[in-house]
Design a binder for this molecule. Structure first.
Ligand code: 3HC
Length: 295
């Protein structure tokens, strides 16, 4: 398939990444089926897209008409068969658990047209292993966006062992058509390039605070003002989601070993569903509209 044959895209999962990817695709002129397992999840994702498009229009990065047209291109759905049966590309952004993703791919394979390309937004899991659940592993690759997708430029396009060059070229072209800069990752290893480096950095920051070697405020101000990161490492963990970071680390720990052991600092927050910005609380408190700085 060539890029100009791509008209409709399904995005599976309407969470932080899913709704952001759907927004980026709709802004690029694609019709998008946004699907999640519950009406409330998909509705929440749709409302987040509406909010984000409103912000972009308010800041005159797009016009009001462009915002309305992009929202019109998004169809929120719960039925998986309906979401994937008539699409050209399926971008999957369901929770970062191998078993959940494998179950989804078995259902998607049964419902998707033969020509459709499968692209997973997994943050760390094996592309090869996921592709082998389907009957089309050569039409399968990674397409890893960064949070928040509408603001972040990079997309990692990851080759699984079976991904064909045609599939990788098409997904790179699609990323460019969405206004992004694709980087090809030729080796399917845990965390690919960015998360292999970034997630252990966030974990190391947590160990420093856990071992009482620094405070959250000290680590974050150092990261921003001395290391030059756009956000502090705890702010970034809140942005990405503590649950997402934890899933990535657990997988890297299982596959790569002890150096990637998750810090227990996040455990209590995870148990209390303080997952970061998306739940209003993480390492920082966002509930009154701004971040309270912890010590
Ligand atoms: N849509 C529209 N507007 C948005 C938005 C969205 N999705 N998200 C935030 N905004 C708005 C805010 O509401 C705020 O609006 P306001 O000015 O009216 O209050 C405004 O954007 C903030 O934007 P600014 O440009 O003023 O702020 P920054 O200069 O701080 O930029 C940032 C924000 C681009 C997020 C920047 O802080 C950044 O680059 N942070 C690092 C993010 C990063 O590294 N992400 C990757 C994480 S790793 C990952 O995702 C991989 C995964 O697999 C784990």
């Amino acid at each position: 398939m060539e890029l100009d044959e791509v008209e409709t895209i399904a995005v599976l999962g309407a969470g932080n990444m899913g709704h952001g990817i759907a927004e980026v695709a709709a802004l690029a002129g694609y019709d998008v089926n946004l699907r999640d397992i519950k009406e409330e999840f998909v509705q929440n994702g749709y409302e987040q897209i509406e909010w984000s498009l409103g912000k972009l229009a308010e800041k005159e990065q797009i016009s009001e008409d462009e915002a309305d047209a992009a929202l019109d291109r998004v169809t929120p759905l719960v039925d998986l068969g309906e979401a994937v049966s008539n699409v050209d590309v399926i971008i999957e952004a369901v929770p970062e658990k191998m078993e959940i993703k494998k179950d989804v791919y078995a259902d998607v394979e049964a419902n998707a047209p033969d020509h459709a390309i499968f692209a997973t937004n997994t943050s760390s899991l094996s592309i090869t292993e996921l592709s082998e659940v389907t009957d089309r592993p050569e039409q399968f690759c990674g397409m890893h966006f960064f949070n928040p997708p509408v603001r972040m430029q990079l997309v990692e396009v990851i080759a699984g062992d079976h991904s064909s060059d045609e599939t990788l070229d098409l997904i790179e072209d699609l990323a460019e058509a969405m206004g992004k800069t694709p980087v090809r990752v030729r080796k399917d290893s845990p965390g690919f390039i960015v998360n292999r480096i970034l997630v252990p950095l966030m974990n190391e920051a947590a160990w420093m605070v856990y071992e009482d070697e620094a405070t959250i405020a000290e680590v974050d101000s150092t990261a921003k003002f001395d290391i030059g990161l756009p956000m502090g490492l705890f702010e970034l963990t809140d942005q990405v989601g503590l649950d997402v970071g934890q899933h990535v680390l657990e997988y890297m720990h299982d596959v790569l070993g002890e150096a990637y052991r998750p810090c227990p600092l996040s455990q209590e927050k995870l148990e209390n569903e303080h997952l970061g910005k998306k739940t209003g609380k993480g390492f920082y408190d966002y509930e009154d509209g701004g971040a309270d700085v912890p010590t």
